[in-house]
Design a protein around this ligand. Sequence first.
Ligand code: HEC
Length: 124
Amino acid sequence: MLCRALLALASAVLAGASACSNARPVSSSASGSAAPDGRRLYAASCAACHGADLKGTPTGPPFLDAIYRSDHHADEAFLVAARSGVRPHHWNFGPMPPVSGLTDQQVAAIVAYVRSQQQAAGIR
Ligand code: HEC
């Protein structure tokens, strides 16, 4: 008898818990608490020159290149590049203009995405 009562109580609690989590907003990005999506930000802000596949375009170099390994271009280099642009020094694409409208957190998410793609390509 007690067992059945406990079971009923447990399932009531569980039902209550799932009702609560269902009640949360589907997307919390409006509140700014969602982690930035590096892949999406990269596609929107960087892919035009560095390539949707990170293999470069006629206007920018590939990130899947040993030159952009983290020991040669640390994560800060990405922040500086986005903030201030880049003077041409490794390639002949010309300068990279500053990319406006990205927070440090968003650039960090882009870097994490680039690093994951580099790792997948065997560039570490
Ligand atoms: C309009 C084209 C363009 C866009 C858009 C662009 N880049 Fe670049 N980027 C370049 C070019 C060209 C270079 C190569 C400069 C050189 O010769 O070393 C470069 C170089 C870089 C470098 C290397 C910097 C260094 O110190 O050597 C980083 C890091 C970088 N870009 C990050 C980004 C990120 C992150 C984004 C998106 C937020 C982005 N770029 C968007 C054109 C672009």
